[in-house]
Design a binder for this molecule. Structure first.
Ligand SMILES: C[S@@+](CC[C@H](N)C(=O)[O-])C[C@H]1O[C@@H](n2cnc3c(N)ncnc32)[C@H](O)[C@@H]1O
Length: 353
């Protein structure tokens, strides 16, 4: 087993500046350092101590099926080696350029956050290449990746997948059955998102639960157009994430492409929807997220599932939506406390458990 551990040492340099007070001096030095007018070089360093950078999970569920790590996904992924069975990613679409929409009778700004600010085409390609590559390095040979988007980012994503040697399996069109109206009345109403499904290797076969998808589609082959509603109110019981995906969408993705017990990673975990669907369906989850607020929300959502009444309620809603089968003996119906995953799983070498 191989684990990557980062050792941090301290560089120190004393400088003298003219100032009225110690506080002013510190302010001036900080500015000089920020402007790179003071540079700490390896020659001058005085190492008095070092530390091994910890990566303690932000949260780990009691049965170890749901773990959250805080940090930039590319940087966090560079810290460990582990092969996942499936990746779901809902990356920034780079839509937050000050646009407006209509919600509950009000005109609202649709900006999501700093992380979603528009980028140039070159910057977007570079960003997508870096995180997709980081995920690819953590996929088992037969693993698959699902990446969502709109026309703003999805063509860049497709290009990077090809560059990195993925085989594209499908492009799902998620047709929202209840899209918000277009307030300008100068375009067709936006009602779709796309989800590219690709496998890591051109040659290694992937897993597709054909029979279940067919069964759920009234014994007809399921097509690549999925008519599912946008997020419902009951899914926001722990707060609002501006781009939260519906559980039904993630449940279908997980059931179509993984077996029970599979390890799933979401590098842009947000409110943890992928993990909640994974947990409901008996899969294991690692979510990476930079914002504390969303980690907090994800944790609250996972804690809700400790109540078997809530778990059954959510599964029942997914059954009614037709995305999970109506079976009492479904693996997923067991309460989380019934199924405690092993502390250290040698075949996976999971460093964060
Ligand atoms: C589109 S949202 C994902 C929403 C998620 N699918 C859900 O259902 O809640 C993208 C998320 O990625 C996070 N994010 C943005 N850049 C990131 C990065 N470099 N590493 C990790 N997380 C990042 C944002 O804070 C945001 O919560």
């Amino acid at each position: 087993m191989k684990f990557r551990v980062t050792i941090e040492e301290t560089l120190a340099k004393a400088v003298e500046v003219e100032a009225n007070t110690q506080d002013d001096a510190e302010y001036i030095v900080r500015q000089l350092y920020r402007n790179e007018e003071i540079i700490l070089s390896g020659d001058e360093y005085v190492c008095t101590s070092y530390r091994v950078a910890p990566r303690i999970p932000y949260y780990k569920s009691p049965n170890r099926d749901f773990t959250l790590l805080q940090g930039d996904c590319v940087e966090t992924l560079s810290r460990f080696q582990f092969g996942f069975d499936m990746v779901f990613a809902d990356p920034p679409y780079f839509l937050s350029g000050g646009g407006i929409s209509y919600q509950s009778g009000h005109v609202v700004c649709v900006d999501k956050g700093e992380w979603d600010k528009p980028k140039t085409p070159e910057e977007m390609d570079e960003f997508n290449y870096r995180w997709i590559k980081a995920c690819r390095d953590h996929m088992k040979p037969d693993a698959t990746i699902w990446i969502s988007g709109t026309y703003h980012n999805i063509f860049s994503v497709q290009q990077q997948l090809i560059k990195l040697g993925f085989k594209i399996l499908n492009v799902i069109t998620w047709a929202k059955t209840n899209p918000p109206p277009n307030i300008s009345c100068r375009y067709f109403t936006y009602s779709t998102e796309f989800i590219i499904w690709a496998r890591k290797s051109l040659k290694v076969p992937h897993y597709y639960n054909y029979d279940l998808m067919r069964h759920l589609n009234g014994d007809k082959q399921m097509t690549d157009v999925w008519r599912l509603p946008a997020i419902a109110k009951w899914e926001k019981s722990c707060g609002k994430h501006p781009t939260q995906k519906p559980l039904a969408l993630l449940a279908r993705i997980i059931l179509a492409s993984t077996k029970p017990g599979a390890w799933i990673i979401d590098p842009f975990s947000g409110s943890g929807t992928t993990g909640i669907a994974a947990s409901l369906l008996g899969r294991r989850y690692l979510g990476l997220e930079i914002e504390k607020e969303y980690l907090h929300m994800s944790r609250a959502r996972r804690e809700e599932l400790e109540s078997s009444a809530t778990r059954h309620d959510y599964l029942h809603r997914l059954e009614k939506a037709g995305v999970v089968p109506m079976q009492d003996d479904l693996f997923a119906l067991k309460a989380p406390a019934d199924r405690v995953w092993e502390e250290v799983d040698d075949s996976y070498g999971v460093p964060w458990l």
